[in-house]
Design a binder for this molecule. Structure first.
Ligand code: CS2
Length: 509
């Protein structure tokens, strides 16, 4: 069937191949930008051009470009991964002149598709490192934005320090002009800016980290310090690192989904983006070299970002992680499919209400209605049109748990609250790592941060080994008598009564 064929975009010949050439005859179902793209110049460099960036930051910038006088805020995407796949991706993006379609689905099934033009160029740094460095070191660039994933900041979860021993970091310290890491690339470009007498700029993290601006600062200064302490001082004084809370669900888009949106839009896009109608971005207004008119396009510029971030990570991302593993083990594969099961909804609602909201009273932003927030999370997860995958959410638990769940779990322990849901999560994660559910299905667990030591611990078969891996090491669960007991109970229930019964029990606890 066409759904499984090759790129999935090679369907009917009637589709218009996306590029500058078709902008004058876009199908009426698709909106196209109304600004003059030829006049847009680079002001932002973005590293990590994935679906989330294209659904979020690039979309806010797209809206800004419609405001007169904002044409100096075009985005140049930079790919920094070595290798064929990354070079190929660059070719694809370039063949479409950086254009892509963004389809936004509301929970009631409505869809709106637009062509986004805010990324005016895309470069593959490993193919021409000097060109990438020259660009970032040019006067026009005033913001470097990042979506390099939660695990991309190279910070040791235990010591909270930048990991200098990392192979790419060592390479970049020794070879500054051919960087492999984002730290090497940006710090070399900042060094060039400094020697040219240019001003600093803003490094804007759009990743789901606790205090993402502070973490970025720590990472870039950590790298710079190892290279040249004076450069580190200059960066400390001339570069700002706003904290931000970002929120928009952007699933992976497989061949079948791409074919579906393309046939609906009438445009053949090699990399269409699918997202929900919901979008939120709360960011500190600390842009040392200026910023687009974000305040005019729905971005919330506030000083209490940390509160929004805590709530979002503990409630939304926390619920995602709490959902993904038990749901996979129960045989579900899609988020909305799992949410059609009443027990799953009861379990998630209990998690949000009893395990999180009960304890976040004072740290929640003033005026935020937490019940409405919870209801909106359930509604967003239930949205069938975006086709979000449990396996996407399950990816990289080792890095996500410390950010999304550790505070919640430690509060449950200190307050003597119910541990059944937390225990179910740990047991489900253990089963997930085996690559099979308990209904006869299989999947490929993807845990790039699971270390060799973790694998040895797991293979040893000693009791509570999963609790001792880096996924949970900072939680101190294996040392907690009460948690161990709940863990054993959940595990027994899972094997004797099955995953549905284990889930129902946790939902009711
Ligand atoms: C998800 C996030 O990957 C995950 O664990 O929880 O990608 C989530 O979809 C976004 O943070 C939504 O803003």
């Amino acid at each position: 069937s066409t759904d499984n064929a090759g790129t999935g975009t090679a369907t009917t010949p009637a589709l218009l191949r996306l590029s500058n050439e078709i902008l004058n005859h876009v199908p009426p179902t698709v909106q196209c930008f109304r600004y003059d793209r030829k006049r847009v110049t680079p002001g932002i460099v973005h590293i990590g051009v994935g679906n989330f960036f294209r659904a979020h930051l690039a979309m806010y910038v797209e809206k800004c470009l419609h405001i007169p006088g904002q044409e100096e805020w075009g985005i140049v995407g930079i790919g920094i991964r070595q290798g064929q796949a990354s070079a190929k991706k660059a070719e694809k993006v370039q063949s479409q002149n950086g254009l892509y379609t963004l389809s936004e689905y509301s929970p009631n099934g409505g869809v709106s598709t637009r062509i986004v033009g805010s990324m005016i160029r895309y470069m593959h740094a490993p193919s021409d490192p000097q060109a990438a460095l020259d660009l970032v070191a040019s006067p026009a660039i005033r913001i470097i934005s990042l979506t390099i994933t939660e695990g991309g900041y190279n910070i040791d979860e235990k010591t909270k320090e930048f990991v200098l021993a990392d192979e790419d970091v060592q390479h970049d310290l020794a070879n500054p002009t051919t960087p492999k890491s984002v730290f090497g690339l940006i710090v070399e470009a900042l060094s060039l800016r400094r020697s040219k007498g240019l001003p600093g700029l803003t490094i804007l993290s759009c990743d789901n980290l606790r205090s993402n601006g502070d973490v970025s600062r720590k990472a870039f200064l950590g790298f710079a310090h190892a290279r040249d302490p004076e450069l580190a001082t200059w960066i400390g004084e001339n570069v700002s690192f706003p904290n931000s809370m970002v929120d928009r669900i952007a699933p992976a888009v497989g061949d079948a989904a791409a074919a579906r949106v393309n046939s609906h839009s009438g445009i053949m896009d090699e990399t269409p983006v699918i997202t929900e109608s919901f979008s939120q971005w709360v960011v500190e207004d600390k842009f040392i070299a200026g910023r687009p008119s974000f305040h005019q396009v729905g971005v919330e510029l506030r000083s209490d970002v940390a509160k929004f971030e805590v709530i979002k990570q503990r409630l939304l991302n926390g619920s995602h992680s709490m959902l993904a593993y038990p749901a996979l083990i129960c045989g579900f594969r899609m988020v909305d499919e799992a949410l059609r099961d009443k027990t799953v909804v009861a379990y998630l609602t209990a998690f949000m209400k009893h395990d999180v909201i009960r304890f976040v009273g004072e740290i929640s932003p003033e005026g935020l209605d937490l019940d409405a927030y919870t209801a909106s999370i359930i509604e967003r997860f239930t949205n069938p049109a975006i086709g979000d995958q449990l396996i996407r959410i399950a990816f990289n638990g080792c890095v996500k748990f410390p950010v999304y769940l550790s505070n919640t779990f430690s509060t449950l322990l200190t307050k003597g609250a119910a541990l059944e849901r937390a225990a179910l999560l740990a047991v489900s994660f253990e089963q997930y790592l085996k690559g099979s559910d308990l209904k006869g299905g299989r999947f490929i667990p993807d845990e790039p941060h699971l270390t060799e030591e973790d694998k040895e611990i797991l293979a040893s078969g000693e009791p509570y080994s999963v609790l001792k891996t880096s996924a949970f090491a900072t939680f101190n669960l294996a040392e907690n008598e009460k948690f161990r007991q709940k863990f054993d109970e959940a595990r027994n229930r899972m094997t004797t009564e099955g995953p549905d019964a284990a889930l129902a029990f946790a939902a009711a606890a």
